[in-house]
Design a protein around this ligand. Structure first.
Ligand code: GLU
Length: 208
């Protein structure tokens, strides 16, 4: 199957994982990488495409700013870390896109915002307005109020929902995992990368 070209897509959601944005050892944002990504997004934007970003990193960034010890965080600690981290994350996105003359707007959603019709329509119309203004929506889960039972927890899922909500024609997940493997690659050295999935069979579903 021919690789699809970016040229064929107009409204594109790009999900950026925490591990790409934040160097957890140094506790800092990976600025050169992020600037390069912002350059790529600016190019797409300049070609007239509509770009939406789903950015993780609030908890990781807050954790490093607050110098919290390694290891799992309690719920209220993740919420507090997200509160500190999200404000920094929004500023970073505004700076890297602003360097290309592009405005961006922060949208924080909860699971209910995407499940309840009225709230879903609200979030969708705010996204549509930003796109009409050529501003890039920077979307994350509102981790400061989300509790374990009522949260996405995983921005891959959130990004999929955002892509549907915004009627996007392409969703790109940027992460430190190369793609779909037939077994968990960290635990299994023989795990094989599946470069292209042409149709979702029950075998593929079992891998996921
Ligand atoms: N919303 C979380 C954060 O910004 C990230 C969830 C994920 O990494 O998938 O820290």
């Amino acid at each position: 199957m021919a690789r699809p070209s970016l040229k064929n897509f107009r409204r594109i959601v790009v999900k950026v994982g925490s591990s790409l944005l934040i160097d957890s050892n140094a506790g800092e944002v990976r600025t050169p990488w992020l600037s390069a990504l912002a350059g790529d997004l600016a190019k797409l934007h300049g070609e007239g495409r509509e770009v939406l970003v789903v950015s993780s990193g609030s908890i990781a960034l807050g954790r490093s700013r607050l110098k919290l010890p390694r290891g799992p965080l309690k719920l209220e600690e993740s919420q507090g870390a997200a509160a500190v981290g999200q404000i920094a994350l929004a500023r970073i996105w505004s700076e890297v896109l602003g360097a290309h003359g592009i405005d961006c707007g922060q949208i924080l959603v909860t699971l209910q915002d995407t499940e309840e019709r009225r709230r879903y329509l609200n979030a969708r119309s705010t996204i549509a307005k930003l796109l009409e203004w050529r501003a890039v929506p920077i979307i994350n889960e509102n981790d400061t109020v989300a509790t374990n039972e009522i949260r996405y927890g995983d921005n891959d899922r959130l990004a999929a929902r955002v892509a549907t909500m915004a009627s996007a024609d392409l969703l790109i997940l940027l992460s430190d995992i190369d793609g779909l493997y037939d077994a968990p690659p960290a635990a299994n050295p023989n795990a094989k990368l599946i470069p292209v999935v042409e149709s979702v069979t029950s075998e593929i579903e079992a891998m996921a």
